[in-house]
Design a protein around this ligand. Structure first.
Ligand SMILES: [Fe+2]
Length: 367
């Protein structure tokens, strides 16, 4: 996001970001009953009620205590919501706040934080400079919204989520070239100037890559089904050795959530709904080993992280890295499929307004 330079606008932006994240959290937790909030839907995930109180606990810890200097509201619950103390698989056995208590705690903390925002001064202290720690907490809640969305995908039972926008329109992928050329040379990776960027994206540093070609769009379900149909999961020579061992151990035969219907067509489960796999959508729910094997089958390879970031951000005309593929402006629905807007990826070739200078599409969003 673009960060305001004056304190009043910055206060408004911070409050808006926190409120947006909380609306998303509410949408992911108000749609199911208490039993479903408490239940662990997968050993990989926390019960949703844990995420709810953990988000509030982190907000209290960093903003009310860290910035505001307040005493803990409920010190006895801190250890329950410390993600380093308890692995996810063990969290259902903890004496967690129940759904009503978790909601009340979250709303109590939020009310106090909104008061704090009104009177905080954004000094040069790195914790509050340009609102950093407030941005961190808004992003933390959005990250847990992503986690909760993944929990919803792993949950069984009837569908409870609905997309705010209709299914994305078809894309005119046939008019696009199959691949784009990303020129070799140095580019700036990471950032030293983005005020809310976390430490793992800092500092900006120059990295050189060789020229390479990248597919213009993400790999589609149709292409991935062709790989499966050509025996992709049975041909050891397409997999790297660790990937082949994992494929056998985990008995991978298709992307997670795919199953073959009676007449052989591929179906997928999406947030409780079973539907035909849309051929034009980017393939999702494959691991790195599967993507690597697919790429080898297609006569290609996966990009490195540096290659990917250069394709997504580097503007050869201006000789600098952009904030986003399309430029420096904040995301919009025309530019990228973000924020569970459709609850599914947009077809490959969508969002031409969000294409990178390399002309590659959909380097942000969809998944
Ligand atoms: Fe967290």
């Amino acid at each position: 996001m673009t960060i305001a330079s004056d304190a009043s606008t910055l206060r408004d932006e911070i409050a808006a970001r926190l409120i947006t994240a909380r609306a998303r959290t509410a949408g992911l937790t108000d749609c199911i009953d208490d039993a479903d909030l408490i239940r662990q839907h997968s050993p990989l995930m926390s019960p949703l009620v844990w995420d709810l109180a953990h988000v509030a606990n982190q907000e209290e810890l960093w903003l009310l205590r860290g910035v505001g200097g307040r005493e803990p509201l409920h010190p006895e619950i801190d250890p329950l919501y410390d993600a380093f103390e308890h692995p996810r698989a063990k969290r259902p056995t903890l004496p967690l706040l129940d759904p009503a208590e978790a909601r009340s705690y979250a709303s109590d903390v939020r009310g106090r934080v909104l008061d704090l925002i009104e009177r905080v001064s954004f000094t040069a202290d790195p914790l509050v400079d340009q609102g950093f720690v407030f941005g961190m907490i808004a992003q933390h809640e959005q990250q847990h919204d992503e986690t909760m969305l993944a929990t919803h995908q792993l949950r069984t039972g009837r569908p409870v989520l609905s997309a705010p926008a209709p299914a994305p329109a078809p894309a005119d992928v046939l008019r696009l070239p199959a691949e784009v050329l990303v020129p070799g040379g140095y580019f700036t990776m990471g950032t030293s100037t983005e005020p809310w960027a976390l430490d793992n994206e800092r500092p900006a540093h120059d990295v050189a890559v060789q020229s390479f070609y990248l597919d213009t769009t993400p790999v589609t379900n149709a292409s991935y089904a062709a790989f499966i149909g050509d025996g992709g999961y049975a041909r050891e020579n397409l997999w790297n050795p660790a990937g082949w061992a994992y494929r056998q151990k985990a008995d991978l035969t298709a992307p997670l959530f795919w199953e073959q219907g009676g007449s052989g067509q591929w179906l997928r489960r999406r947030f409780g709904l079973t539907e035909p796999v849309p051929p034009a959508e980017p393939v999702v729910h494959v691991c790195w080993y599967e993507a690597d094997a697919y790429a080898r089958w297609a006569g290609r390879r996966l990009p490195t992280e540096a290659e990917w970031e250069k394709a997504a951000r580097f503007d050869p005309a201006a000789r600098r890295s952009r904030r986003y593929p399309w430029g420096d402006e904040d995301p919009s629905p025309e530019r990228a499929n973000l924020g569970q807007r459709h609850l599914q990826p947009a077809p490959a070739g969508s969002h031409p307004a969000g294409a990178a200078p390399s002309k590659a599409h959909q380097l942000i969003g969809d998944v």
